[in-house]
Design a protein around this ligand. Structure first.
Ligand SMILES: Cc1cc2nc3c(=O)[nH]c(=O)nc-3n(C[C@H](O)[C@H](O)[C@H](O)COP(=O)(O)OP(=O)(O)OC[C@H]3O[C@@H](n4cnc5c(N)ncnc54)[C@H](O)[C@@H]3O)c2cc1C
Length: 498
């Protein structure tokens, strides 16, 4: 992101005359200035950075189009852009403002890979061996599609293209990463990794090909601008309230003020929708918090991830870290169960994490770890499907729903949205009712209701807490010198073998 960083706004640079305390890990009860924080879920850092985005009026009159897309996030807008470029008359309707859902609240990592599926199930079990190979290939290529889209349409989106690093927190994890490295991935040993990230205690990593980060709000806004310029009609502040399946093969959407008649409707609402109750009960909404520091001194921006990479690690409760274009460190994830309000807990937990990860580099740069405190916090919802894979659902020949999230939804959502838009354009040209989604890398399936979905959303926090305990245990074990007893018995065995 180095090339895209703006100069720190005046007033946000830490006072150079402030006495410098020695840097240390924040103790357990370090008070974090959470009361100074804006309320969680309010604006994301991308809202604060983003000025001059296009605004679109709400829909007040009845219209007829080839394709109506419900949802102004990255899935809906990439579908709309691809379909518009393929010659369809397209309308997009968003209930609030574009990117006000998950898309505008993300960390912006372009991470073209799949998260492990829940319950340790293999992709082969869900999709079969051919399907798994095809889907993996599609996911790996999805990062390239994000950056291609930005370049092809000349989108004004701050990007970090040096790459996304998956870093190993144990030697075993490094071996797994190394074995799984694909074409174009760059394997880094521990020293090389520390050299380019400035971060300690990592055991090597892999820089994934065609990966990196974007400003997600700018990304969605710019795709909307490109779609509108290509002829798509976009409406904000237009919640859709009902969906009717017409007898003539068309579908009809209804808001409080207007109707849209369409040959095909795409529901791209990240699972949340009363339009398709079956879809809504099939996804588990999981709340993810994001935390940023204030704008940090240039010295630290050079010392940590100064080469412009973004990083996550292989811990079960993974650490994610990147710079924002205005020089703040961004991290976040699930909030562990606590009696404190979730945003207070997130600020406390992630400030301590930042101090542990970035504290040593801050110390080397002559800074104190209190500059790593959270200054802004927000949250968003990811929509976990039962399989952990994106969900393509076709309740009728005129309606398709796509939930593209597996926690790494930016690259995959873009690639699936583009593929869906093109497939619908092909299908409508062949004649309504003759949709063929075989170009998409996953089959359409019937969503299965998840009766405990709200409870299991809370369960995700407990699982994160357990993961944290395992992770800490693992890293403590690594830090321990090998015990004499173990060394002796190994030596004895060695001698006996000789
Ligand atoms: C905090 C957080 C961090 C994340 N970080 C990353 C990351 O770093 N990298 C990554 O790859 N993925 C990340 N993800 C996942 C990624 O953001 C999502 O997969 C992706 O943005 C989903 O896009 P979407 O278009 O499906 O959904 P959304 O962006 O949520 O869009 C759905 C839209 O539908 C609208 N809508 C809903 N109902 C209606 C209705 N009835 N009428 C009209 N409009 C309606 C909503 O207002 C919303 O704007 C993160 C997610 C979260 C929450």
């Amino acid at each position: 992101m180095a090339g895209n960083r703006r100069a720190p706004p005046s007033g946000m640079t830490p006072d150079p005359n402030r006495p410098q305390k020695p840097c240390r890990k924040a103790p357990r009860d370090t008070p974090v200035s959470v009361f100074a924080l804006p309320p969680a879920n309010g604006t994301s850092i991308w809202d604060l950075l983003h000025h001059g985005r296009p605004h679109f009026r709400s829909l007040t009159e009845n219209i007829e189009v080839d394709l109506a897309v419900v949802g102004g996030g990255l899935v809906g807008l990439t579908t709309a852009l691809a379909a518009t470029n393929a010659g369809l008359r397209v309308a997009v309707v968003e209930k609030a403002t574009l990117a006000s859902g998950a898309s505008g609240r993300t960390s912006g990592f372009v991470a073209p890979s799949l998260r492990p599926l829940p319950g340790g199930i293999s992709l082969e079990t869900v999709l079969g061996s051919d399907g798994a190979r095809r889907f993996r290939g599609f996911a790996v290529d999805s990062g390239r599609m994000v950056f291609d889209l930005i370049d092809r349409h000349d989108l004004d989106v701050p990007t970090a293209r040096a790459g996304w690093i998956e870093a190993a927190h144990t030697p075993d994890a490094f071996n797994r990463l190394r074995r799984g490295a694909g074409h174009g991935d760059q394997v880094l040993c521990a020293d090389e990794l520390q050299g380019i990230t400035g971060l300690e205690n990592l055991h090597g990593g892999v820089v994934r090909a065609n990966s990196g980060a974007i400003d997600p709000k700018a990304y969605v806004s710019e795709i909307a601008r490109a779609s509108a310029e290509a002829g798509a009609k976009i409406f904000e502040n237009t919640p859709m309230e009902a969906l009717h399946f017409g007898a003539d093969g068309h579908a009809e959407l209804q808001s409080s003020a207007a109707r849209i008649r369409a040959a095909h409707v795409v529901i791209a609402t990240n699972g949340a929708s009363r339009l398709l109750p079956r879809l809504a009960v099939a996804v588990m909404p999981v709340r993810v918090h994001q935390v940023v520091t204030g704008t940090l001194p240039e010295a630290l921006q050079t010392a940590i991830l100064g080469g412009g990479h973004v990083i996550t690690d292989t811990r079960r409760n993974a650490v994610a870290l990147r710079w924002t274009p205005d020089g703040r460190l961004l991290t976040g994830g699930l909030v562990l169960p606590s009696f404190r309000p979730a945003s207070t807990e997130a600020a406390r937990f992630y400030a301590r994490r930042l101090a542990a990860i970035a504290g040593p580099a801050a110390e080397r740069a002559g800074l104190t770890s209190d500059i790593l405190e959270a200054q802004h916090i927000w949250h968003g919802r990811i929509a976990m499907t039962g399989t952990g894979l994106p969900l393509l659902y076709t309740p009728s020949s005129a309606v398709t729903a796509l939930v593209a999230c597996n926690g790494r939804g930016i690259a995959l959502g873009t690639a699936l949205g583009m593929a869906l838009g093109e497939a619908i354009a092909d299908g409508l040209k062949r004649g309504a009712g003759r949709m063929d989604f075989s170009a998409l890398p996953l089959p359409a399936t019937k969503p299965r209701p998840r009766p405990l979905r709200y409870v299991s959303g809370f369960g995700a926090r407990w699982r994160a807490a357990l993961a944290e305990i395992f992770d800490r245990h693992e890293t403590r074990q690594l830090a321990k010198p090998p015990s004499n007893k173990a060394t002796t018995s190994r030596n004895d065995k060695h001698e006996r073998n000789e």
